[in-house]
Write a new protein. Structure first.
Length: 246
């Protein structure tokens, strides 16, 4: 990078944002409010939202935690697409930057949604290692080959940000659908050679609100900030349910 390029990326610019606001204590419906902050092109959108909250309007409500794309707290609709605010750079966004809460979940305030329906779907698939109570507890960790571990490696990356589930048109229309994230986390254990709960999970996901509601729109795969092949995982779960191949 040349000195001129460095100057362009560190020089502050005006960043215009349109944030969808909703306060249940005083608003009857959501509305957009406009803000302008000074930021460098290489700063993240989350930094801009912090500047709004800290220096312009302290009433703005949003979730964030680690700010490094791991906790999954700050999933939002950014210029019409689901993304993590901490992973999107100002320079990559067309202005004015439109920021909205993720769709399909009840809005509690501004950019904060009620995640309970999302986690209900997640917990429904029993996303933990299930062992056979008849088997003797091992004296050490349960060993697994590299090949067996690789079978489900992709779906271990999920950070439960809900970006995939809230990009799904089936989830928008049917709150009973468990959603892509739940199926991804079921996949992670169904194909784990150490797990004994695969059949039980597949029975859950074969019900009317399970994996077969997926219409393969690929929205979930495009939305995933971790690059998980979500649609592929869902299809593998469907295939396992049909042919008991896991």
């Amino acid at each position: 990078m040349t000195g001129e390029d460095m100057e362009l990326t560190t020089r502050e610019i005006d960043v215009r944002l349109r944030v969808l606001r909703f306060d249940p204590e005083k608003d009857t419906e959501a509305h957009f409010e406009d803000y302008t902050v000074r930021a460098q092109p290489m700063e993240r959108l989350l930094d801009c939202l912090h500047k709004i909250k800290w220096y312009a309007d302290t009433s703005l409500a949003l979730r964030r935690s680690c700010a490094h794309g791991i906790c999954g707290s700050d999933a939002m609709v950014i210029n019409g697409e689901n993304a993590l605010a901490c992973k999107v750079l100002v320079k990559d966004l067309k202005q004015p930057i439109t920021v909205e809460p993720i769709r399909g979940l009840p809005v509690m305030k501004d950019l904060i949604v009620d995640m309970d329906p999302f986690f209900q779907g997640y917990l429904a698939v029993k996303p933990w290692l299930i062992t056979d109570p008849k088997e003797r507890e091992p004296d050490r960790e349960r060993l697994q080959s590299q090949t067996d571990r690789a079978r489900y490696d992709d779906t271990t990356k999920c950070i439960l940000c809900a970006a995939c589930t809230t990009s799904c048109p089936i989830f928008w229309a049917d709150e009973e659908y468990v959603g892509p994230a739940a199926i991804v986390n079921a996949h992670r254990f169904i194909f784990d050679s150490r797990d004994r709960g695969g059949r039980e999970r597949l029975e859950i996901l074969s019900q009317k609100d399970g994996a077969f509601k997926c219409r393969t729109a690929f929205n979930c795969t495009y939305a995933c900030p971790r690059g998980i092949k979500v649609t592929k995982a869902i299809q593998e779960v469907k295939q396992a349910a049909l042919f008991k191949s896991f």
